[in-house]
Write a protein that binds this ligand. Structure first.
Ligand SMILES: [Zn+2]
Length: 283
């Protein structure tokens, strides 16, 4: 299988039934191809489509000269938006945006939010949060370079857990109230374990990254009246909204570009934590 699930490019050919885009048009692809007729599709829940096809995971993806997609997946790009600049929004961006949109609905001016992990997704989520919610934002990352990036992108405070106690810092910054919404782009045992000590009463800890386990006592959730909430990518309409934020200049994606032939070197760099933001492969 050809990998590559964050795709944008120029339409080279359309099928007979396609009417919304034409040859030569620049588009970004939603993460998945959906059927449009099942009940989840009718509800707009693209990620729950009963006939979902996931390029790069269940069908051939975009690390190639051409990608086969469907009309329901493509979003035409505004003039001046470069396909290479925007491609990672097809999954990294929409996933971060979706979680932030959920969090932003629960945030009021004066509240405090925490972004854990300022990497490929977190640096987008931080900017979306800044654009969509008038709150104080603390960024948490074990890499000081990531915290510098967070600072550049509008975080009000930064904490490095290898140098300071995150719960103590949030406690100080919020007068002991905690943060109302946590966006956890890491999802490790250590980051999910922060919730009982840092989430304000009634708040939420969004688990966007994954790999660890949630081990907290049920009583901590009861006493703190908080929830862990998993999030999975986002809806087609949310990618449209993210494209609108990009067009407004509210979200700046940090990318580095490589040719398709360099892909294994890029994977090794990623494995070693040497990619800031997102690497984009161009055919
Ligand atoms: Zn469907």
């Amino acid at each position: 299988m050809t990998l590559g699930h964050e795709n944008a490019g120029t339409v080279v050919e359309t099928g007979d039934g396609v009417s919304t885009v034409e040859e030569g048009e620049q588009v970004i692809c939603h993460t998945v191809m959906t059927c449009g007729t099942c009940r989840p599709c009718r509800l707009g829940e693209d990620m729950h489509c009963e006939n979902i096809q996931f390029p790069g995971l269940s069908t051939d993806g975009g690390f190639a000269d051409q990608l086969l997609t469907n009309e329901r997946a493509v979003i035409p790009l505004p003039d001046g938006v470069d396909t290479t600049d925007i491609a990672p929004h097809a999954d990294a961006g929409i996933t971060a945006y979706h979680a932030v949109k959920l969090a932003a609905r629960e945030l009021n001016p004066g509240d405090h939010a925490v972004v854990i992990g300022v990497g490929g997704l977190g640096h987008i989520g931080l900017q979306c949060l800044n654009a969509m919610s008038p709150v104080t934002i603390t960024a948490v990352d074990v890499k000081n370079s990531a915290l510098d990036l967070a600072d550049d992108l509008g975080a009000h405070h930064t904490v490095n857990p290898s140098e300071a106690d995150v719960a103590d810092e949030i406690d100080d910054l919020t007068d002991g109230n905690g943060a109302h919404q946590i966006l956890d782009f890491v999802g490790s045992d250590e980051t999910t374990a922060l919730a009982p000590d840092v989430v304000a009463a009634g708040g939420d800890h969004y688990v966007v990254g994954y790999g660890g386990h949630v081990h907290e006592p049920s009583q901590a959730l009861v006493n703190g009246d908080f929830s862990y909430q998993g999030t999975l990518v986002g809806q087609y309409t949310e990618l449209q909204e993210l494209v609108a934020l990009v067009e407004r200049g509210d979200v700046d994606l940090r990318t580095s570009r490589y040719n398709l032939g360099e892909i294994n070197d890029v994977a090794a760099k990623l494995d070693r934590g040497e990619i800031e933001g997102r690497a984009v492969i161009t055919p």
